[in-house]
Design a protein around this ligand. Sequence first.
Ligand code: GTP
Ligand code: NA
Ligand code: MG
Length: 293
Amino acid sequence: DDPDSLVSRPPVVTFLGHVDHGKTSLLDYLIGINVVSGEAGGITQHIRAYEIEKDGRSVTFVDTPGHEAFTEMRARGANVTDIAVLVVAADDGIMPQTEEAISHAKAAEVPIVVALNKIDLEGVDPNRALTQLTEHQLTPSEWGGDVEVVRTSATKGTGMDELLETLLTIAELNEYQANPSRSALGVCLESEQQGDRGVVAKLIVQNGTMRVGDVVVCGPTYGRVRAMNNTLTGEPMEEAGPSTPVSVMGLEAPPGAGDRFHVLDDIADAREIAATRADASSRESLSGTTTKV
Ligand code: GTP
Ligand code: NA
Ligand code: MG
């Protein structure tokens, strides 16, 4: 991209951590809605991605059902994450899935911010978790390291401004940029077939601007964007710029998590590219070399 067309874009922040440590609750608090109480068994089953704004600065948050989704996307070369928030419940400390999340975040080479959550619980000793973090080469800044540890309570709202500020500061230092005037490209987070609405795909635009009417190839499928909706409010959108999560209608078939998409001019070209990919992947799955998601 021409450096002159680059502008700053919001950071994409992914919540990772052990089950029930409070990823969804933290995100709910930050965006001011309550998804967690509506989840079957309190377990996240969908990837959610929302853009929020504070004092004119935006952050895009991704909540995952566990790090598998994160790993899967990375395995497909689709790293959407700029910053990982490692959620550690202060009562449990570092658990097996926390360790896995740490290694995934390290492999992705993104900055890690720790949310030391459930700090409201009686009798918790933050030093225990700080010691464990240090043992995992995540030395807290308060102990001379370079990892910001923010004490949070998603139920009380403790530390929420500090968490947001920490993320925005990292974003400013890293100067994440994109070119909104080029044709859009990005990654599919998840998708489903929704009766009358057809295929609804949750995408993150990483670069460029996507518009209603655009022709898209996404993994082994393609289509023309018929409508787009804000992932948080459900409101219709005409365009989605860099780092924007968006629900897109108009694809022929549901793409998989981590499938990359790009916009092109010609629907016939899109159909051909998609067909070639679909062919290749069905040949691969017949020979058992890959598992289709
Ligand atoms: P999965 O998506 O299932 O991995 O869980 P999660 O990490 O998203 O955790 P979730 O937000 O579902 O929270 C799990 C439980 O912990 C819920 O009952 C929350 O109410 C509770 N919880 C979350 N944050 C806090 C907190 O700061 N303090 C206390 N006391 N409870 C919390
Ligand atoms: Na949960
Ligand atoms: Mg959750």
